[in-house]
Structures are given as structure tokens and as C-alpha cells.
Design a binder for this molecule. Structure first.
Ligand code: PMP
Length: 302
């Protein structure tokens, strides 16, 4: 779907087609950019738009900028206001996927650290593919980057070449998405989402030291399991062969929301969309739109 007609670009709201970066910018030479993906949910009963976890995403963007040794005066408030000023001007009455990006705009050397640019683009967005039916995953022959190579826990765009290669391989081989193992051979995550599976009624997810992104929604799901269902998630290393025999499994993330997994390497999960996955999806839909009033601090009213 095309994005909304205007974007936040270096402090101004301008037509999307005018939001341009020089081909001579450092970002084009060295992929020196970091970003966030955020969702906003339209509540049609209240005619209100809520941005989900805007503060947490903007805080993570600050960490990404810092870890990539980019120097910036932008703080979390700046990134939050960039999103809110755009949405308050455009007044969209629909669900959106919002991308905040910060890039190194210098035309200089590899060790340039400033100046930075900031752009926010919002795109109408529905539920992810396979939300009702479940998706087919392939354990990739690509290994997830590790923390001695790149900081896997943040969203720097260069990390995404690893996930893109895995995704392309999965699609060419007839699957919907990839599941990457880390350099220790343990389950890490999908190219753009974190991974949960359920065995004998216990939800399990890899640790944040498994070379996964420090996902906001993974943390939310762990909290929701506890608060909504009284279930503790086991956070630990996971083997490839144990996920093959899961009762149910799902991906979580801003784009993925809660996407059920029907099979992994053609091993079918006991349920393509299990009871826990379905229950989480329902809670997710209610809380993100504000139909369920739990955790008002998770939603920023536009
Ligand atoms: N892993 C990767 C590599 C991602 O790109 C994403 C999406 N941002 C996730 C996990 C899920 O993260 P979050 O819940 O913060 O959206």
C-alpha cells in the first residue's frame, strides 16, 4: 500500500515524494542508518487513533543511534513528537505502520558521526499474512548475525541483509518465512519478528542474549501471558528439534503482531493456530485499539 501523502522530514512536514536523501550521503555508502517500526490502531467506537508503545520505540531508537556511534541532539521526545506531529496534521482514521528512520547525512568518511537526518513515514496497514491460517517456516541455512559481528539487539539497517537473504531463500523454497539459528546453533528469531513456541502447555521463547532484537512486543507478550493468563513464559535456549514437535508456535513483533506458525520445515505444529495463540491475538486486538483499557501507558493518543 502507498504511504500517506506527507512525511516528517528533518523537522518539517513535506510531500513524501520530496523526502529525498543524496546519493552521496554516508548512509548510501555505508548503510549508516537505524530505524523503528511502530503501529497505530484506529478505534472506530471512540474515533480515536492510538500509537502502540511510542515511548518504548523512541527510546530504542535513541539506543540504536548511540550504539552505532552516531552523534545526535535528538532525544526520545523528539522522535515521539515527530510521529505525533505528522499524524496530528494528517488525521488518518485507519490502522497504520509507521517507520521512524535516522540516517547519517554526511558525505564524508566511514568515521563520520554527524549530522543526522530524521524521517517518519506512515503507511496504511492491515493484519499480517497468515494471521488466521498460520504460516510455513523454514529453518534457514543462513546463521543469525551475532553480537561479535553486529549489534543484533538494535535496529540498524545493515543487520537486515542477514534476514533478507534468509527470507529470500525461504520464499524461493516454497515457505512463507525463515527461522534463523544463532551461531551456537540455537533458535534465534525470524528476519523481522521474535519466536515463541508452546510445548506441554508451557510457552517458551529464546533469551535476549540469543542474538535476537530486543523486541518490544516479545516483552509485551511475556507480560501479557503472566497478567492475562497467569502463565510464566520459559525464557531459555531452544533447539531446532524441539520446535519441530511444538503444540503451537507463533511470531510476534510490530509487523507480525501475533502470527501463528502452521509448520516448521514441513513438520506441522499440533495446531496451525493453537488456543494460546488465538487467545493472545484476541487480547492483542483489544489492548492495542484501547477497547480493553488495561495498560493505558502502552497507548499514546494522537
Ligand atoms: N526481530 C527483528 C529482526 C525485527 O526486525 C523485529 C521487528 N522490529 C522484531 C524482532 C520484533 O520487534 P518489535 O516487537 O520491537 O517490533
Amino acid at each position: 500500500m502507498p504511504p500517506l501523502a506527507r512525511a516528517f522530514f528533518n523537522g518539517k512536514i513535506i510531500p513524501v515524494e520530496d523526502a529525498k536523501i543524496s546519493a552521496n550521503a554516508a548512509v548510501f555508502k555505508y548503510a549508516t542508518a537505524v530505524f523503528e517500526g511502530i503501529r497505530a490502531y484506529w478505534n472506530s467506537d471512540e474515533s480515536k487513533l492510538y500509537v502502540f508503545k511510542l515511548v518504548e520505540h523512541s527510546d530504542r531508537l535513541v539506543r540504536s543511534v548511540s550504539l552505532m556511534r552516531m552523534k545526535s541532539d535528538f532525544d526520545s521526545d523528539y522522535y515521539q513528537n515527530a510521529v505525533l506531529s505528522l499524524l496530528r496534521e494528517l488525521k488518518p482514521a485507519l490502522d497504520l505502520h509507521i517507520r521512524q528512520s535516522v540516517w547519517l547525512d554526511n558525505d564524508g568518511s566511514m568515521w563520520a558521526d554527524s549530522p543526522l537526518g530524521c524521517v517518519v513515514i506512515a503507511t496504511p496497514s492491515g493484519r499480517p499474512a497468515g494471521y488466521d491460517t498460520g504460516i510455513k517456516m523454514q529453518v534457514s541455512s543462513w546463521t543469525r548475525i551475532n553480537d561479535q559481528i553486529m549489534p543484533a539487539r538494535i535496529k540498524c539497517i545493515a543487520n537486515y541483509h542477514n534476514g533478507r537473504l534468509a527470507s529470500m531463500q525461504a520464499r524461493m523454497d516454497g515457505y512463507d518465512n525463515a527461522l534463523l539459528l544463532n551461531s551456537r546453533g540455537k533458535v534465534a528469531e525470524a528476519p523481522g519478528a521474535c519466536f515463541f513456541f508452546v510445548r506441554n502447555g508451557v510457552p517458551i521463547t529464546p533469551t535476549v542474549t540469543s542474538d535476537i532484537l530486543e523486541s518490544i512486543n516479545r516483552a509485551t507478550i511475556i507480560q501479557m501471558f503472566k497478567e492475562q493468563f497467569g502463565i510464566d513464559v520459559e525464557v531459555r535456549d531452544a533447539d531446532r528439534s524441539e520446535v519441530y514437535t511444538a503444540d503451537e508456535a507463533f511470531l510476534c513483533g510490530t509487523a507480525a503482531e501475533v502470527t501463528p506458525i502452521a509448520s516448521i520445515d514441513r513438520f506441522p505444529m499440533k495446531k496451525a493456530r493453537g488456543e494460546m495463540t488465538r487467545a493472545l491475538q484476541e487480547k492483542w486486538e483489544a489492548i492495542t485499539t484501547g477497547r480493553d483499557k488495561a495498560h493505558p501507558e502502552w497507548r499514546t493518543l494522537v
